[in-house]
Write a protein that binds this ligand. Structure first.
Ligand code: DX5
Ligand code: ZN
Length: 228
């Protein structure tokens, strides 16, 4: 699996989202953080803005739903055309039914884990998922420091995916930057969300290219990637 870089528009200027989407041309996906002020203590955007963004860019949308009751709300994001829909394991009541519904509506189904949520209880659900998101900060805000203590969980998750021989992407989100992306890649991540490390730079497109180069180089030397 090739490395993918997904800039998070949480760190972009919300009044200029169409321009901000253009500013990261060359990115694989745009990461869209949906927050409801309940699952996390912050409020961002919802379906209407996702619909507008879809019209403003050809880059597919990776919607990360930090919301309560995703069973009820997540399918709408697939319905309007998000290419990937991520719900949180801690919030989903029926994750298997929800993942199947997201796939039925034509999107990739993805499940996110907060830092204190282990991957192991979800091993049997892996065939239902196209991507796992390991949070490397407590969700809710951009610009937080990367949690090194998540590296073992990234390694264990990569091992589980390899053991089951499934084509699941492994995304990391939170504090991913030039200083941390290589450790994430070495541990087994192949999809990298970066907010402040992209939109905080003078040239966001160049930041995407530089992060990709770093991640690709680190992946080449990673034990988990060499085995494939
Ligand atoms: C945080 C969000 C992230 C956030 C990452 O809860 O899920 O996607 O935008 O921002 P940085 O890369 O600045 O940590
Ligand atoms: Zn996110």
């Amino acid at each position: 699996m090739a490395v993918q870089i997904n800039p998070s528009i949480l760190s972009a200027d919300f009044a200029r989202l169409a321009d901000e989407a253009q500013a990261v041309r060359g990115a694989d996906w745009l990461h869209v953080d949906v927050m409801d002020n309940h699952f996390v203590p912050n409020l961002t955007l919802g379906v209407p803005i996702v619909e507008s963004l879809l019209k403003a860019t050809d880059t597919p949308l990776d919607c990360h739903l930090m919301i309560e009751d995703p069973d009820r709300w997540a399918p709408q994001y697939a319905e309007v055309g998000a290419g990937s829909v991520t719900f949180h394991a801690e919030a989903a009541h029926a994750p298997v039914r929800l993942a199947r519904e997201i796939r039925r509506l034509g999107a990739r189904a993805s499940m996110a884990l907060k830092p204190a949520t282990p991957i192991e209880p979800f091993e049997d659900l892996l065939p239902e998922l196209d991507m796992l998101l390991i949070m490397t900060v407590e969700p809710g805000f951009g610009g937080q420091s990367f949690l090194d203590i998540m590296l073992p969980k990234i390694r264990r998750t990569r091992e589980l995916i390899s053991r089951h021989n499934l084509p699941i992407w492994l995304q990391v989100d939170g504090g991913v930057s030039a200083a941390t992306i290589e450790r994430c890649a070495e541990a087994g991540a192949d999809v990298f969300v970066a907010g402040s490390a992209v939109y905080g730079m003078d040239d966001p497109a160049e930041a995407v290219r530089a992060l990709r180069t770093q991640a690709e180089r680190a992946t080449l030397g990673a034990p988990w990637a060499c085995a494939h």
